[in-house]
Design a binder for this molecule. Sequence first.
Ligand code: CA
Ligand code: CA
Ligand code: CA
Ligand code: CA
Length: 296
Amino acid sequence: MTAIPVVSRRQERCGAGALDPYLDLVTARLAYSRRTSAGWSLAEIPTVPTTTAWDPDSFDLAVEPSGVAHIVWNSSADLAVSDGEADVFWSRRVSGSWSPAEVVNDYAPYDGVDDYTPRVAVLSGTTAFVVWSSAFNRAGEAGFDYDLFDSKRDLSGEKAAASWGEAALLVNHFKNDQGNDYEPQLVVGHDFVEVVWESNEGLAFGSAGPDVDIFHVRIPGTSGCPANVGVGVANANGFMDSGRDENPVIEVIPGGTTVFAWESDDSFGGPLGTDLDVILGRLGEVEAGTTGFQAD
Ligand SMILES: [Ca+2]
Ligand SMILES: [Ca+2]
Ligand SMILES: [Ca+2]
Ligand SMILES: [Ca+2]
């Protein structure tokens, strides 16, 4: 086991005992299989209430070192909320059994907007942490643009009354922005959470322009919600380009360097052309902040 208390989906796929959810395209349900030295197990159908349409791109998995698996997904299924729009759900697999699905976004009964692309991690083995994208104007301070929200759930002690906490904006930045923020991905270090996403927010008095760029934030583990930390542009060309930079992924590699990749149709001054290419960037610990990224 490493010092990192969370095993993300991507990390777990690289090791023995990997677990992976996939979408059953016939019935549009979330299915789950676990890979061991004997190969992939028979698919399980978690306790997911959906028989209605949902976004097949929008699920995520995190696995604790103990093997407990957590899944999140968005769905317009009517689980206690019959409003027909998408909300965020969570379930976990303990000793081979899936827990009943729970609604993650506490405002689900009255929000009237779709909540998309949830990502899950487990903090210090005691807290489930989910980030997602939503246009909900929480407390009248988020605006009607898409922002990133988060919520936590206590996992310790199997508390009967445990439930998801109040959903909050991920960072204060989202109270004042107007851009749309989509496709978050997160990774957890020993004392921080890092999130990347795509956004058309101009940032810094509009200097990033109205095109889509990759944004990044590192949130110390001690931060409250929303966290009062700055948001940076992760793609080094973000203040000059006009291309679409989308669908980022992020990882922390041994040594503490954050690496991320995304797709872009920017030509980078010509050599890449205007077709879609995959770009790799990195953030060294010394360079952590708003301008330390560099394109490889
Ligand atoms: Ca919703
Ligand atoms: Ca926004
Ligand atoms: Ca906002
Ligand atoms: Ca761009």
